[in-house]
Structures are given as C-alpha cells and as structure tokens.
Design a protein. Structure first.
Length: 189
C-alpha cells in the first residue's frame, strides 16, 4: 500500500487501504468429499501480513480439487449484530445494523479523480436485494501442496474508470457491479 501505480491510460494511482472479507471456505476434495471451514470469516488486510495467510488441515493439502469462498459476509451474519474477532466493528468494516458489513474496502488517490485531493473510495457492501454484493468465487487447484490465492488489483482497476466512478459508500447498484468485477481479479498461483 501507499505505492504508486501507473494505469493503462498513464494515470497515477496511489492505494492507501485495501481490506476485504472472505467467508464460507469450502475445499472440494479429489475423493468427492467437501471440507467446510467452521465459523469461516477472514478479514484480509493488505497492511497486515498475518491476515494474508489462511491455514488448512495438513490432511487436505494433497487432495484439494478446488476451493470456493465468498467475497463478503452472508446475510445471516449481517443481521446477527456486531460480533467479535475479524467481524468486530473496530476493524472499520461495519456500517450499521441496517447496512451490515463492508465486504470490500479500497481507498486511494488518482489523477483521474476530480474529487477533493483526487481521492477515491469504494466501500462495497450490501446484503439485501437488489443490492446484495456477496459474490461466490470458485478456483481450481492444479497442483499438489500449498497454493497461493492471488488478488490482481491492477486487473480490477483496469475495469473501473475513476474519472466517472470514484465514490461508492453504501449499498447500491454500482456496488453490485463493482463486486462482480472484483471476483474476476482472483486466481490461483
């Protein structure tokens, strides 16, 4: 974070905050069974290296066919009120009991933004239709041993025109559209 990125149109982008939730981790095994992580909510925060690692039982390492997870927090958890751990409101990822959790937060500055201080803010969330931003991600695993889930921020930013859209701070249709674009930035390495 806080590093400068130059986009396709030669615009400069400085990222200041990137946080998101992954939940409902499911490991589909080669033997047809599925391992589902219990109480599965993880706050991934680019500033916190410890949050970038999620461990699975060693017995699963050689037998995982694919992994699936949600980008965000499901509606049941959203209406459960403020919780602890990664879901604690002090993490800065909870709006209110009416709007629930922020599933994905990206903030920074860009020369494309005609806003005060050239700032952009994307707080993507919403759990009620038509503004449900929860997205399911499924990734194949084509190797044995540990793997890395990659989030390609450059790929995401190439799909958002910051000169037009640079401020989403509540559940709305723009949030739903951005949540769909976020999904495409995940891959396995």
């Amino acid at each position: 974070m806080d590093s400068l990125y130059v986009g396709n149109n030669q615009e400069s982008i400085q990222f200041e905050t990137l946080k998101f939730y992954i939940s409902n981790l499911r490991f589909n095994l080669n033997n047809g069974k599925t391992f589902i992580e219990k109480n599965s909510w993880h706050l991934i925060e680019m500033e916190d290296r410890n949050s970038l690692h999620v461990s699975v039982p060693d017995s699963l390492n050689d037998s995982i066919r694919n992994i699936s997870f949600n980008l965000g927090i499901d509606s049941t958890t959203n209406v459960s009120g403020a919780l602890g751990g990664d879901l604690d409101p002090t993490q800065g990822m909870y709006w209110t009991w009416q709007n629930g959790y922020i599933n994905f937060k990206l903030e920074g500055k860009s020369t494309l933004c005609k806003t005060r201080n050239n700032e952009f803010q994307f707080h993507i969330g919403g759990y009620m239709n038509p503004f449900n931003t929860l997205q399911k991600i499924e990734l194949p695993i084509n190797k044995v041993g540990s793997c890395t889930i990659v989030f390609d921020l450059e790929q995401l930013m190439d799909k958002i025109d910051l000169s037009i859209l640079n401020h989403v701070m509540s559940p709305q249709l723009d949030a739903v559209e951005i949540s769909k674009k976020i999904v495409t930035a995940f891959s396995i390495e």
